[in-house]
Design a protein around this ligand. Structure first.
Ligand code: SF4
Length: 355
């Protein structure tokens, strides 16, 4: 199909209804199309057999419905699956599927590369090419669903792959509209988490636009260190970030902020760092995910020692913080964000944690 055609998956449910109505098609047809595209995974409008024949032919002639093709899928011994997906312009992105007990979590990318250049991140080292379209975001779900085994289904979606989601907020919000629509992917908002490195002005619009969880990649407890690890901190320092989070009505004990804290050996893993973290987050409904960095040849960072991890977690737990240690998943398949796409391009990159 010619690339110049618009993509049907760029339309969120309200816009799909509008476009159909503008062409004289009854709005309820939108629900049928959503069910075919997303619930059933049928891309060819000619196979949407409960639509009138002339509508099927019009859709097939006027719209594209696929945005991504699968280039590579790698499977880890622990069940994690990582794919490199290719867009029509040849851009390559990654999605990761992580089975864990009764959950299957899909990690989505939102940009080709990332302009924020966090110092520990393979994606940041790739530089920035462009934002993904809504179709390219939702098609990651369609392609990754093709890797599911019998009885598996995607239960959770996290926007923690390549890119800063809040730099592509309109497309992310439209994609969330598809994820939660009952005729499309029918995911509850509480099963969707959007992660940010701290793009302060866009956090409120995200939470006002979508009933999702917020994750913040914190990684440091002083501006000096965070300036070095997450350069966005120079524009939005810790006080501005935490002040904004404290002002949000959407944040509550039932809907806390998830703070991602990548533990870098000898950099941010001292008990004093954990003590400062407790002080910073005091009074803010929070959960902390501690993620020991994945050691990787060529990285200037090293994994924290086991006793340093234990001490760090102990300080947080004694301080009353809800804290989880995120196990490294898919280390045998370069599952941290940006690693596999970097390898697929033949580059040698700094490894990233799983954000
Ligand atoms: S950690 Fe996230 S925000 Fe930072 S450079 Fe990597 S993808 Fe971008």
């Amino acid at each position: 199909m010619p690339q110049a055609l618009p993509n049907l998956k760029d339309l969120d449910p309200p816009r799909l209804r509008e476009r159909l109505a503008a062409g004289g098609v009854a709005p309820y047809r939108a629900d049928q199309i959503l069910a075919w595209l997303y619930a059933r995974g049928v891309d060819d409008p000619r196979e949407m057999t409960d639509l009138a024949l002339d509508l099927r032919e019009r859709l097939a002639a006027e719209w594209r419905t696929r945005a991504l093709e699968t280039a590579v899928v790698r499977r880890s011994a622990d069940g994690t699956r990582k794919a490199v997906l290719r867009a029509a312009d040849g851009a390559q992105i990654e999605s990761v599927l992580i089975p864990d007990d009764d959950r299957v979590t899909l990690c989505l990318s939102t940009q080709v590369g990332c302009p924020l250049a966090c110092s520990f991140c393979a994606t940041g080292a790739m530089g920035f090419t462009r934002n993904l379209t809504t179709a390219e975001i939702v098609d990651q779900v369609c392609r990754m669903r093709e890797t599911l085994g019998p009885g598996e289904r995607i239960t959770n979606v996290v926007f923690m792959g390549m890119g800063e989601p809040l730099l592509n907020l309109p497309a992310v919000l439209r994609a969330i509209g598809v994820l939660v629509h009952p005729r499309a992917f029918a995911l509850a908002g509480r099963r969707i988490t959007v992660s940010t490195a701290g793009l302060v002005p866009k956090i409120r619009p995200l939470l006002e636009g979508a009933p999702v969880n917020l994750a913040v990649s914190l990684h440091a407890t002083t501006d000096a260190l965070r300036d070095a690890l997450v350069p966005l901190n120079r524009r939005f320092p810790l006080a501005a970030l935490l002040g904004e989070l404290r002002s949000l009505e959407a944040i509550s004990p039932r809907r806390p902020v998830f703070f991602e804290y990548t533990l870098l050996g000898g950099v941010n893993d001292a008990p004093a760092d954990a003590e400062r973290l407790l002080v910073l987050l005091r009074g803010l409904p929070s959960k902390v995910n501690v993620i020991p960095v994945n050691p990787h040849p060529g990285s200037s960072f090293r994994a924290p020692a086991m006793d340093a991890i234990d001490r760090f977690l102990g300080v947080l737990a004694r301080g009353g913080m809800t804290v989880t240690l995120r196990r490294s998943r898919g280390a045998d398949i370069d599952a941290a964000c940006g690693q596999l796409a970097a390898r697929a391009e033949g580059g040698s990159r700094t490894p990233s944690p799983n954000r």
